[in-house]
Design a protein around this ligand. Structure first.
Ligand code: ASP
Ligand code: MG
Length: 428
């Protein structure tokens, strides 16, 4: 008997029929003799609809009330799911985030889990019940208010529950078959991976892959939670997200974990680039600039500084950040232009980021040459480059991104034999 945590995304519980289908899957797992804890998202596009509604009654909804509102979405799906399970003759009990002991900090809209005290869940399991928990929400002990974890937060709920209950596996169900070597909507010949290293998964998620949320992957790595990404709509084997150091009896042997040089290609159109032109080339200026940007709340990703022109003693600094942060960052920088002494700012929101990720990069040379060669054959200009130990990222024109991704995917030998089936899905 294992303790299995399952997470079902919004598209898996979009209507009554889907809820019944999910209930059946849960009951089948229980029938197989396992203890089951489920984290569930709000039905379909409920969260977006609630957000939209909030925007109609207030230009800037109060964060506390917004969390009250959004957390109601998951209450609906958890109760319906428990009812559906009852009608199949099984005992199920639903719990809100606070009942489940999801303790977070007080940051409305982007709360971080600080503790999980699943006392009531453990009791319910001991009494033989299936446990259903509302994803995406928590409770702060100081303010005694309901919080939410940020969009896509139900993945994190599931992983945190798995860690706190010492579950054998955390199954993340969505409407795609697992983790692919690239987004199949961008690269039709993308292949589903049977397994991927957790470190690679972290880089893929951080660089645009949307199947798993980065905070959930981080949490899983930190707490040694085994993630299994699967589809609600098929019985395929999905993808195991593995820690090289950890073994689990649940993971099928067979295809041994051969370490591919490149595991996948991630694409991201959500970033913008800001260039600060004519920055005095003296110590302290980069510090000034990025202090201002950080204070504006923007999350900087890549940074490039050009060589300075000897004649002028000035240099240009470019960085990328989420498109949604760009306006505030630009405003903050303009406000301090005189103090910092730069000449002007350029905002470019037509960029695309392509990243190649693979643990094998550590021990293989020539990985970046293959990337640059593929881009050069495609006539795609590289605007910025950054690397980590297991990743190379380039910024290109946004319009070139899809074509570049296909060619790079082919260049690394990642193409499958046939086009991947793309369900209508969003990966959630
Ligand atoms: N319902 C929330 C959202 O749509 C949380 C989730 O789906 O994971 O972002
Ligand atoms: Mg959702």
């Amino acid at each position: 008997m294992a303790l299995i945590v399952q997470k079902y995304g919004g598209s898996s519980v979009a209507d009554a029929e889907s809820i019944k289908r999910v209930a059946k899957r849960i009951v089948d797992t229980r029938r197989a003799g396992h203890e089951v804890v489920v984290a569930v998202s709000a039905m379909g596009d409920t969260t977006d609809e609630l957000l939209d509604l909030a925007g109609q009654v207030a230009p800037i909804p109060a964060p506390r009330e917004l969390d009250m509102l959004l957390s109601s979405g998951e209450r609906i799906s958890m109760a319906l799911l428990a009812m559906a399970i009852h009608s199949m003759g099984f005992e199920a009990r639903s719990f809100t985030g606070s009942q489940a002991g999801m303790i977070t900090d007080a940051t409305h809209g982007a709360a971080r889990i600080v503790d999980v005290t699943p006392v009531r869940l453990r009791e319910a399991l001991d009494e033989g019940a299936i446990v259903i928990v509302a994803g995406f929400q928590g409770f702060n002990r100081d303010t005694r208010d309901i919080t939410t974890l940020g969009r896509g937060g139900s993945d994190t709920t599931a992983v945190a529950l798995a860690a706190a209950l010492d579950a054998d596996v955390c199954e993340i169900y969505s409407d795609v078959d697992g983790i692919f070597t690239a987004d199949p909507r961008v690269v039709p010949l993308a292949r589903k991976l049977d397994r991927v290293g957790s470190e690679e998964m972290l880089e893929l998620a951080a660089n645009g892959a949307k199947v798993l949320y980065i905070r959930a992957v981080e949490y899983a790595r930190r707490h040694g939670v085994l993630i299994h990404a699967r589809s609600t709509f098929s019985s395929g084997e999905g993808t195991w997200v593995l820690d090289a150091s950890k073994k689990s009896p649940l993971v099928p042997e067979g295809a041994t974990m051969e370490e591919p040089i490149v595991a996948g290609v991630a694409t991201d159109l959500s970033q913008a680039k800001i260039t600060v032109i004519g920055v005095p080339d003296v110590p302290g200026k980069a510090a000034d600039i990025f202090k201002i940007v950080a204070k504006s709340g923007a999350n900087v990703d890549m940074i490039v500084q050009n060589v300075s022109a000897a004649a002028t003693g000035r240099t240009d600094i470019s960085f990328t950040l989420p498109k949604t942060d760009a306006t505030t960052a630009l405003k903050a920088l303009s406000g301090e232009q005189a103090e910092v002494g730069f000449q002007s700012l350029v905002h470019d929101d037509q960029i695309g980021k392509l990243s190649v990720v693979g643990a094998g990069m550590r021990t293989h040379s020539g990985v970046s040459a293959t990337l640059f060669e593929a881009l050069s054959l495609a006539g795609v200009n590289i605007e910025m480059i950054s690397t980590s130990e297991i990743r190379i990222s380039v910024v290109v024109r946004g319009v070139d991104l899809a074509e570049a991704a296909r060619l790079v995917h082919t260049a690394y030998g990642l193409d499958g034999d046939a086009e991947a089936t793309v369900h209508a899905g969003t990966g959630r």
